[in-house]
Design a protein around this ligand. Structure first.
Ligand code: SAH
Length: 357
């Protein structure tokens, strides 16, 4: 049994079943044995691959969007350039390279990375030398100032609570243990009816509904900063603009699905992101404009095909093949183009939000 499995079995024996959110938080973020704390999970040798890892064009176009939003905001200097969950730092490196010739942008940027993993902080430091990043534990620790924020596949790693509709009302799905194995259990959750969107609060028996309180709290932090100091945010992830029912809790190991209860700390645990509660937080401020699009539509609108053509013009055979297949994976319907979404928000009435027509 893994060290973390052992700890969680004992904890459940002492204090009872864990909510799915507690289980997920421990499995991913336990300070000693958590999945993200102990390793680099990305890339071919890891457990999963993300858009910036697939092609440089993703980070370049995110950079173009951010630089445009910064200029539309009047090129505030200094400003906070922040990324949550930067992984190996690839997206930020591509963003910074793509914006190197935007007058004043690099000089004004104060780079802040929100990252809990010591292993990944180290890789970020190596890839982003010269840009003097500051690392933070949480979004709420960001200093005050105009904020330009990006996150890719960050919200999907935040702990979710899951509710299962019974004939008598909602129950919460928990994780229990017999001392050797973990299994799911239910506990009554009369509060669920108040926490879920009205459209699904009366879903039929058997329905599963999910909420992600941490994603909403982070959205609130960002929206409040955009309201107070100006700025923009671009959040990418796989998911939908809710409300939806269905069990999206999943575990990935070595690029394949696995049992999320089998080895806590050894597999990536995620859930689909419901962007509706995130959007609602920003919508509460009438001076913040929002946009939502599939990743494929957004990248096309930002000009990925033109960017591909420009890169192909100076690529050799092998590079050309990688560029073409990377572009297809990012935008094709049977790749990431439809399942993955982009959410954008920007303060200020005059803002246009490229990519979100
Ligand atoms: N954005 C990167 C990596 C995605 S993986 C990419 O697209 O390639 C998720 C990232 O979020 C990792 O860097 C992980 O360490 C970080 N992370 C996960 N949970 C976190 C939390 N609660 N607080 C801060 N960072 C977290």
């Amino acid at each position: 049994m893994s060290a973390l499995g052992d700890i969680l079995h004992r904890r459940i024996a002492q204090t009872g079943p864990l909510t799915l959110a507690d289980y997920m938080a421990e499995a991913l973020g336990h300070p000693e044995h958590g999945y993200y704390i102990t390793r680099d999970p990305l890339g071919a040798a890891g457990d999963f691959t993300t858009a910036p890892e697939i092609s440089q064009m993703f980070g370049e176009l995110v950079g173009a969007w951010i630089a445009n939003a910064w200029m539309e905001a009047g090129s505030p200097a200094p400003f906070i350039l922040a990324e949550a969950g930067p992984g190996r730092g690839v997206l930020m490196a591509d963003l910074l390279r793509a914006t190197a010739r935007v007058p004043g942008f690099h000089a004004a940027a104060r780079l802040h990375l929100i990252e809990t993993s010591p292993a990944l902080r180290k890789m970020q430091a190596e890839r982003l030398t010269g840009h003097a990043p500051a690392w933070l534990e949480r979004v709420g620790d960001l200093p005050d100032g105009p904020l330009f924020f990006v996150a890719n596949e960050f919200l999907d790693a935040l702990p979710i609570r899951q509710f299962v509709r019974q004939v008598q009302g909602w129950a919460e799905r928990c994780v229990t243990s017999d001392g050797a194995r973990f299994s799911f259990a239910l506990r009554p959750a009369p509060e669920a009816g108040l926490l879920l969107a009205p459209e699904i609060a009366d879903a039929p028996p058997g329905s599963v509904a999910e909420i992600c309180p941490a994603a909403q709290a982070i959205a609130r932090e960002i929206a409040e900063r955009l309201g107070r100091h100006g700025g923009a945010a671009l959040i990418a992830d796989y998911g939908h603009m809710g409300p939806a029912t269905g069990d999206s809790f999943q575990a990935m190991k070595a690029h394949a699905f696995t049992d999320p209860l089998a080895e806590p700390g050894e597999a990536d645990l995620t859930a689909h992101v419901d962007f509706a509660p995130v959007d609602a937080v920003f919508a509460a401020n009438p001076l913040i404009r929002r946009g939502f699009a599939t990743q494929g539509a957004w990248l096309r609108a930002l000009g990925i095909e033109q960017r591909l053509a420009a890169l192909l013009a100076r690529a050799d055979e092998t590079q050309a093949e990688a560029l073409r297949s990377g572009c297809s994976r990012l935008i094709d319907e049977n790749g990431m183009g439809t399942l993955f979404k982009m959410f954008g928000a920007a303060a200020g009435e005059m803002q246009t939000l490229p990519g979100f027509q």
